[in-house]
Design a protein around this ligand. Structure first.
Ligand SMILES: Nc1ncnc2c1ncn2[C@@H]1O[C@H](COP(=O)(O)OP(=O)(O)OP(=O)(O)O)[C@@H](O)[C@H]1O
Length: 327
């Protein structure tokens, strides 16, 4: 049975002079969770990650792992490992020596560390390239080498700072599937910082949406996506319309909107844009209150009864598709 090594933030705070980068956040990650920290630039994601890793001091509060306060331990003693955005591979070392580097620092003898590095490279499917220099690798291969290097210390928690951002969109999708597979195989906790909503939705068991140094909403990915509590979360995750209705602000998923002219229509509107997206058609309409809402229709739904810009429509949705938002 794997050891229970839950990661916890307790009123975790980071100040840089007068700037509060992380403001007393608390959260509990069960062992083996794939979690994404998500939020706009400057919201405090990287500072949070660096405090877990020990690359940044904790101003107040604590990070605990398996109930042990690790806030003041040196990075190598925490049971965490970090994979950086630019991979930070040493250009003059072979892939094998890059992967073996932290074991060398620990004084592990050459043969033993090379054997272990070889196992790690096998894990990420890079055995054939172990003698190459980083410059002789593609972006995806560099990422795998960086992963192997981070995992060689057998961390309980792997920290990933925008790990896919250096890759082109096609490779990003492939590597994200590999990351997820690797996490499932290893069963350890991954904390992954990203700007990308799609990336977070695709990878995470849990998402932590940050805004202005605080956790705006966190929980199981689907629960957060399905029931955003604030307009910020609904807008940030995308695929939702935030609409002011007489009863207050609501978030309505774009794919839950239908074009209705009958009695079921809840809002009248005028089409302002139609965007063909292959599997779907996004129809945007201006509704009362000078608000634009977008309905995502399947291509058949749209082309069975095509509409035009300027046409008057009604918009309908099932009651459960509308989520009341905190003011
Ligand atoms: N070393 C530092 N000194 C002073 N202020 C800093 C430092 N590092 C970060 N900050 C500030 O702390 C806040 C949070 O920064 P942080 O890098 O954690 O955000 P982020 O969400 O990771 O942003 P990004 O997505 O752009 O990387 C920002 O206002 C930033 O300017």
């Amino acid at each position: 049975m794997s050891q229970k090594l839950d990661l916890e933030f307790i009123n975790l705070t980071k100040r840089y002079g007068a700037t509060v980068a992380v403001d007393a956040i608390s959260y509990h990650f069960a062992t083996g969770t794939y979690a994404c920290l998500l939020g706009p630039s400057g919201c405090g994601k990287s500072s949070t990650l660096r405090m877990i890793a020990g690359h940044e001091t904790v101003s107040e509060g604590a990070v605990t792992l398996g109930g042990r306060d690790i806030s003041h331990l040196p990075p190598a003693k925490r049971g965490t490992a970090m994979m950086f955005q630019n991979y930070a591979l040493f250009p003059h070392l072979s892939v094998l020596d890059n992967v073996a580097f932290s074991l060398k620092m620990q004084g592990v003898e050459t043969e033993k560390r090379h054997k272990r590095a070889g196992e790690m490279l096998e894990l990420v499917d890079m055995s054939a390239l172990s003698n190459r220099l980083p410059a002789q690798l593609s972006g995806g291969q560099q990422q795998r080498a960086a992963l192997a290097r981070a995992l060689i210390t057998k961390p309980d928690v792997l920290l990933l700072d925008e790990p896919l951002s250096a890759l082109d969109p096609f490779l990003r999708i492939r590597m994200r599937a590999e990351l997820k597979k690797l996490q499932r195989e290893l069963g350890i906790t991954f904390i992954h910082v990203t700007h990308g909503q799609d990336e977070a939705l695709a990878l995470a068991d849990e998402i932590v949406v940050m805004n202005n140094a605080k956790i705006e909403q966190a929980g199981q990915t689907r629960s957060v996506f399905d029931a955003p509590k604030t307009a910020f979360v609904a807008r940030f995750l995308g695929s939702h319309n935030v609409v002011k209705m007489p009863e207050g602000m609501v978030a309505i998923r774009s794919d839950a909107l239908t074009l209705d002219t009958g009695e079921s229509a809840k809002l009248p509107g005028t089409i302002t844009n139609i965007e063909y997206q292959g599997t779907h058609v996004a129809v945007t309409a201006m509704v009362p209150g000078d608000q634009e809402v977008t309905a995502l229709l399947s291509d058949h739904e749209f082309f069975d009864s095509p509409k035009e810009i300027g046409e008057a429509i009604g918009l309908g949705w099932e009651a459960r598709a509308a989520q009341a938002l905190a003011q």
